[in-house]
Design a binder for this molecule. Structure first.
Ligand SMILES: Nc1ncnc2c1ncn2[C@@H]1O[C@H](COP(=O)(O)OP(=O)(O)OP(=O)(O)O)[C@@H](O)[C@H]1O
Ligand SMILES: [Mg+2]
Length: 256
């Protein structure tokens, strides 16, 4: 079982899109996958529930029970998406209170790790953590629980500065809580290669971070919206270019 956090403190760079499509691609390649929605915006939950609202039991309940020392059962919280062949731990808006709750725990960054250590989760090959655009305690919990990190980056101004801050945070987490935390890779996403600046920044990312940057690059394509309208991932969309690229990315992720 490998836990991978999809992280970038910058909003809108493609974390959730990558989580859902990578999950679906890994499942298509025969892996058992669980997505944990760690964002109170709960976009991953909405996507996997095909846009339906959700107010039931959620990852918040696991966090509450773990902090309060109460028993809980993963099977009561996990839902499945039969089209993507992906299981998921949904979030609700209450997840916004998780950092406050976690701050009261003896090991405030270790709550999620404790949750995912339940033997139930061993059946998964991959657990993908869709993080919120922040570096708060919920994200520190994800980084403490994770074996590896995937960082989607949009090649825009200040992308490298933001990445340097994030890599510093990874170092701090390694020092304090999770020495084994590894970078699976940096994903150039939503790139418009017709723009000279975007190509230049992609080049700078490759010069700065070398082979940490995946060979697979995700172009900014409107087809993502078409798939969202149809309530499934692009991986499930026949003939989708992005779907193929996500499958290619899944193979890179599995090798690292
Ligand atoms: N390759 C792509 N081409 C075009 N649009 C994309 C692509 N990937 C993602 N998007 C769109 O960009 C927007 C932001 O993507 P997404 O929600 O995945 O980002 P995020 O990093 O999870 O955002 P947040 O930080 O708010 O959680 C969405 O509207 C999504 O449909
Ligand atoms: Mg998101």
């Amino acid at each position: 079982m490998k836990v991978i956090a999809i992280v970038n403190q910058k909003g809108g760079v493609g974390k959730t899109t990558t989580t859902i499509n990578l999950a679906s691609a890994l499942a298509m390649l025969g892996r058992q996958v669980l997505v944990a929605d760690l964002d109170p915006q709960r976009n991953a939950t909405s996507a996997l529930r095909c846009g339906q609202d959700y107010y039931g039991s959620s990852i918040n309940d696991a966090i509450y029970c773990a902090v309060a020392g109460l028993p809980w059962s993963p099977a009561d919280l996990i839902l499945s998406n039969a089209v993507e062949h992906v299981d998921y731990l949904p979030a609700t808006a209450v997840l916004a209170t998780a950092p406050t709750l976690m701050a009261t725990a003896k090991d405030s960054t270790g709550v999620l790790r404790q949750i995912l250590r339940q033997p139930y989760f061993e059946k998964y090959d991959y657990i993908l953590l869709d993080c919120k655009p922040s570096l708060d305690l919920l994200v520190s919990n994800a980084l403490t629980a994770a074996d590896q990190v995937i960082v989607p980056v949009e090649p825009e101004d200040f992308a490298i500065d933001g990445l340097v801050d994030l890599l510093d945070t990874l170092d701090q987490i390694r020092d304090r809580a999770n020495p084994e935390l590894a970078l699976n890779g940096i994903l150039v996403s939503k790139i418009n290669r017709n723009r000279k600046k975007a190509r230049r920044i992609e080049g700078e990312l490759r010069d700065t971070f070398g082979p940490a940057v995946y060979e697979t690059v995700l172009p900014n394509l409107a087809e993502i919206g078409n798939a969202q309208d149809k309530r499934h991932s692009v991986v499930q969309e026949p003939g989708s270019r992005l779907g193929e690229l996500y499958l290619q990315l899944a193979k890179e992720v599995m090798q690292r």
